[in-house]
Design a protein around this ligand. Structure first.
Ligand code: ZZB
Length: 273
């Protein structure tokens, strides 16, 4: 599986786990199949309980990901030596940290219209896929919209994780018109917001925990939007996603904002758990 790894730069004030590497460039890296949706990023997701690792790339950047994906990266000419991960021991506890340590961190992400965005908690982040860090595009990803809506609505959930109202004051950005989503008969406020339309029109879909319903919605957005979608923003406004997806990926790589990342298909066998 080929992913685009999006580099999201950690901004001041740095979370305490980065105290000893203040002068370095630190990035959270998120694996995505949808580089053309980066115009609509509103936040970044981690799972508080997941263990992450800090590792060093060839160019000296520090990147945060699961250890499993750091190992994968080391086989992809991203690190200085082939097959060798370089753990940065001065980050966190011997190079390791948790999602909890990253909550509320301020980031700069490429292409989005927001100057900065925040690291927020999502329960459905998996540690066995991608980097364990996910970039959030609530306009086009039902999971992202449901999880962001949970945090916006539930003060108890925010306070449990030390998330402020300011960190969740980000509306989904209409970036892609998906044919029939919403249908012409729907409220025009859903134009360019396929995932928002699907989640809000199902009154029984109440939270990020409604996984089965979210999976159905996700498949619908994928099947209708992946190739047929038309961009509403940016230099490729009016163009079909399928015609410009690769170009947008290439540009992100050229500008240093992204890397190519491959992951073996099927069940991944991890050597160190
Ligand atoms: C931005 C984005 C925008 C995504 C969108 C999806 C959508 P798949 O098909 O299940 O492989 N993702 C990546 N890593 C993880 C993880 N560790 N845990 C949970 N989710 C993860 O889906 C790959 C997508 O799953 C990735 O693409 C990422 O979210 C998320 F508009 O990145 B995506 C209809 C989906 N729309």
């Amino acid at each position: 599986m080929e992913y685009t790894l999006i580099k999201m730069k950690v901004l001041e004030p740095l979370p305490p786990v980065f105290e000893k590497v203040k002068d370095r460039n630190i990035f959270l890296v998120a694996a995505t199949l949808r580089p053309e949706t980066m115009y609509g990023q509103t936040n970044c997701w981690v799972k508080p309980e997941i263990r992450y690792m800090a590792s060093e790339l060839k160019n000296g950047d520090i990147v945060i990901s699961t250890e499993r994906s750091a190992r994968n990266m080391s086989y992809q000419l991203i690190t200085a030596d082939f097959g060798k991960m370089v753990k940065v021991d001065s980050v966190g506890r011997g190079g390791y940290l948790t999602g909890q340590d990253l909550l509320g961190a301020k980031l700069r992400a490429p292409l989005t219209s927001h100057d900065h965005l925040y690291v927020l908690p999502m329960m459905n982040v998996r540690d066995d896929k991608g980097t364990g860090i996910v970039t959030s595009v609530p306009s086009d990803s039902p999971d992202d919209f449901a999880a962001l809506r949970d945090l916006q609505k539930k003060e108890a959930l925010r306070s449990k994780y030390g998330i402020t109202e300011e960190m969740v004051k980000y509306d989904p950005i209409p970036i892609i018109d998906v044919p029939d989503l919403p249908p012409a008969s729907a409220d025009p406020k859903y134009q360019g917001l396929a995932a928002v339309f699907l989640v809000e029109s199902d009154k029984t879909l109440v939270s990020q925990n409604d996984q089965e319903k979210l999976t159905v919605a996700k498949e619908l957005v994928y099947s209708k939007g992946f190739y047929e979608g038309v961009l509403r923003v940016g230099p490729y406004k009016g163009k079909k996603v399928q015609d410009v997806k690769k170009k947008i990926q290439q540009e992100l790589i050229q500008s240093g904002d992204a890397l190519l990342y491959f992951e073996p298909e099927g069940k991944v066998i991890s050597r160190s758990g």
